[in-house]
Design a protein around this ligand. Structure first.
Ligand code: GDP
Ligand code: MN
Length: 399
């Protein structure tokens, strides 16, 4: 699960990491109003930031540092009337519904820091770089040595000496060393406490020296978290941060029926039971030259209503030019799928080709049901096995 930057900032602030003050607004007027109070509080700059579940905003013009109200108004107008497109968004971009208005900071240097799980070493790792900011992906790709790593023991986690060592390796000096050290420790602890799969601050900035902070202050000005969905039952705050408006509506609908559904870009809708079978079905569709429109695992316990809903979701996707049903009836009886196909045919209608491959529990009853309903489902073909099913649907879609 992902959250917005303003929510991530709240988590950081609650853990004791310095974050500039800010608020969220949804209209141009409210953004301007919010900025007025930030200017009044003594900030000479205000930063206006689109809140969407994707990065790369800076380069796309969706993070603007403003010196006065006019600049704020034009930045907010631009962000609320254009979709944000970056390498991290779908090609059509994302609609901006909320804007973060925060006190801007002067930057002497930008750093990158994150805690995440490294699957190759099966450990969490603290990752940091003295070359943080909007080009971090380029730095990682061209000069991997500029990305520093501190693997974390699963039992003891990030130890203070490791955090301090990282602060020195990044080049912090004087009183900033201790500030950075504490931030790394708090970030690593927050990562564990919140069941995060990634906790990233980019950039973590060092401000120029001031009287209060003669060696500069270390502040987080952007944050990104992802969380383990399986831990949501014990993460009340994170659950409340869930923003359905940022998710694919079909995925949310499927979820509420207990279906695992992931929308993809292709044209062949797939309805399968079991994640493994769903993956192999997608592989076979690809092997025979087709492109799956989705991953859908109806599981073993979905009732007829849920399976009918699954068809409704697949058929409401305008990209779907054909549907492949591949069921190995173990816990899920084939006749339940057959009944759902028939009820979808009458309530929604299969205007596109449908290929059905059924095997396993109650398969004979299922075949009888489908045979009896052929006139209501004229686009239906039966397949003898998986390869036959994949070939048939690819042929039907490309003809
Ligand atoms: P992202 O591009 O989506 O990661 O958005 P960020 O919040 O990281 O902002 C992108 C860049 O904008 C940062 O790397 C900074 O260079 C700049 N920026 C963001 N906030 C401030 C600020 O308060 N002051 C200044 N001077 N620059 C900022
Ligand atoms: Mn950033």
């Amino acid at each position: 699960m992902r959250i917005h930057e303003f929510q991530a900032r709240q988590i950081l602030a609650e853990s004791g990491i310095p974050v500039p003050a800010g608020g969220v607004a949804t209209t141009v007027d409210d953004v301007v109003k919010a900025s007025a109070s930030v200017f009044k509080s003594g900030s000479s700059i205000v930063v206006i930031k689109a809140q969407v579940h994707a990065g790369g905003r800076g380069k796309a013009g969706f993070v603007k540092v403003c010196k006065n109200k006019d600049e704020v108004r034009s930045a907010a107008t631009f962000m609320l009337s254009n979709r944000m497109v970056s390498p991290q968004t779908p090609p059509e971009g994302l609609e901006v519904k909320r804007i973060l208005v925060a006190s801007g900071v002067d930057i002497a240097k930008e750093f990158y820091v994150a805690v995440l799980t490294d699957r190759s070493t099966r450990r969490n790792v603290l990752i940091a770089s003295a070359e943080g900011g909007v080009d971090i992906e380029h730095v990682a790709a061209t000069r991997p040595e500029a990305i520093l790593r501190q693997p974390l023991d699963p039992g003891t986690g990030l130890q203070p000496f490791m955090a301090r060592d990282m602060a020195f390796r990044l080049g912090f000096s004087g009183k900033a060393v201790q500030q950075a050290t504490l931030i790394f420790l708090k970030l690593a602890q927050t990562f564990i406490d919140k069941d995060a799969t990634m906790a990233e601050i980019n950039p973590l900035v060092l401000t120029p020296p001031s009287t209060e902070f003669p060696d500069g202050q270390v502040v987080a000005i952007d944050a990104k978290f992802t969380f383990d969905d399986n831990a949501m039952f014990r993460q009340k705050q994170v659950q409340e941060f869930f923003d359905p408006a940022e998710e694919n509506p079909a995925e949310i609908r499927a979820n509420s029926f207990g279906l695992s559904y992931v929308a993809l870009e292709g044209s062949i809708g797939c309805l399968v039971n079991g994640a493994g079978l769903a993956m192999s079905t997608m592989d076979l569709v690809k092997l025979h030259g087709g492109d799956p429109a989705n991953f859908l695992d109806v599981g073993g316990s979905a009732n007829e209503e849920a399976v009918t809903e699954a068809f409704r979701i697949i058929l409401s996707d305008r990209r779907v030019q054909g549907v492949l049903v591949n069921i190995f009836g173990g816990i899920m009886p084939c006749d339940r799928i057959a009944r759902a196909i028939i009820s979808s045919a009458t309530t929604v209608g299969f205007r596109v080709p449908l290929v059905v491959r059924l095997e396993g529990t109650n398969v004979n009853e299922a075949r009888k049901l489908l045979d009896g309903a052929r006139s209501e489902i004229p686009t239906m073909q039966s397949a003898t096995d998986l390869t036959d099913a994949a070939k048939r649907i690819v042929a039907a879609v490309s003809s």
